[in-house]
Design a protein around this ligand. Structure first.
Ligand SMILES: [Zn+2]
Length: 271
């Protein structure tokens, strides 16, 4: 952990010091060294938060985008259960940073405990299994209501259908043209659905994820994959529940700025 209590105050690790875990109260030792991410370590972890995962550079770099008072915040629910939130912003939003795997039971427990939360997943190790295909239009535009989109075919990964701007991976049919009771569906290429794709684009893409980490399709809170290359992808249904899955791409810097904008400080003169 990055913080422990030192003489009753939250403190970063200080070489050769002993502190107290702010969660379980047990003694912790500062681990500081040139090759180390400085942290506080328990002599024994048996009594500490079972949801806590050992931190690597990925965790730390995320947390360091936020002021220290919002990092490693001990959070309580109405029954007195407590856990350490990786980040908890002043409006109550909890940001859970997940690097390693997790059981579905733990995922559900964490979602119900924190309630107002988002997941940020370290996707660098599996991003090579994700192929991003053509852009989809803004799902809120009226002309999109009529369209049914189809997921890309796995063979298209090899065929490089994902070439930017070809729209070959966009296959649609129109609800207005589907005859009720008929098994025939008229298929169109995505290129025909709008003249101005660029103007309707706000980040949504078709994608395929081979050997997916299935758990991330089962979350009920907003889930963002950090690709490790400056992009963040929200894993989401394109429109309503049961619609095709898509990724909404954002620049990581913009995403961090959006989260940081939720932090506002009172004016210096107390107003
Ligand atoms: Zn502890």
């Amino acid at each position: 952990m990055e913080f422990a209590l030192l003489n009753g105050h939250r403190s970063l690790p200080i070489p050769r010091s002993n502190g107290e875990c702010q969660f379980c109260g047990h003694p912790v030792i500062a681990k500081c060294g040139p090759q180390l991410i400085w942290h506080w370590a328990h002599r024994s972890r048996y009594s500490c938060d079972p949801w806590w995962e050992n931190e690597g550079p990925w965790h730390r770099s995320w947390k360091n985008h936020f002021p220290s008072e919002f990092r490693e915040v001990v959070a309580y629910d109405s029954l007195g259960e407590k856990h350490i939130a990786d980040l908890k912003l002043p409006d109550g939003l909890v940001i859970e940073l997940q690097h390693s795997s997790m059981t579905i039971e733990e995922m559900h427990s964490r979602e119900s405990f924190y309630d107002k939360m988002i997941w940020i997943v370290d996707a660098e190790s599996f991003v090579r299994n994700i192929t991003i295909f053509d852009p989809l239009p803004n799902p809120k535009l009226p002309f999109v209501d009529d369209l049914i989109f189809y997921p890309p075919h796995p063979a298209w990964r090899r065929d490089r259908v994902s070439q930017k701007g070809s729209y070959k991976s966009l296959i649609v049919s129109r609800r207005s043209k589907n005859v009720p009771g008929s098994s025939m569906v008229e298929i169109e290429s995505g290129r025909t659905i709008t003249e101005d794709f660029d103007a309707t684009y706000i980040g949504h893409h078709l994608f395929l994820w081979m050997r997916p980490r299935a758990i991330w399709y089962q979350t009920t809170r907003p889930t963002f994959l950090d690709f490790g290359d400056g992009r963040i992808a929200k894993l989401m249904r394109y429109r309503e529940e049961k619609d095709i899955w898509c990724l909404k791409l954002k620049r990581k810097d913009d995403f961090i700025n959006l989260l940081r904008s939720r932090i506002s400080y009172p004016a210096a003169d107390g107003r």
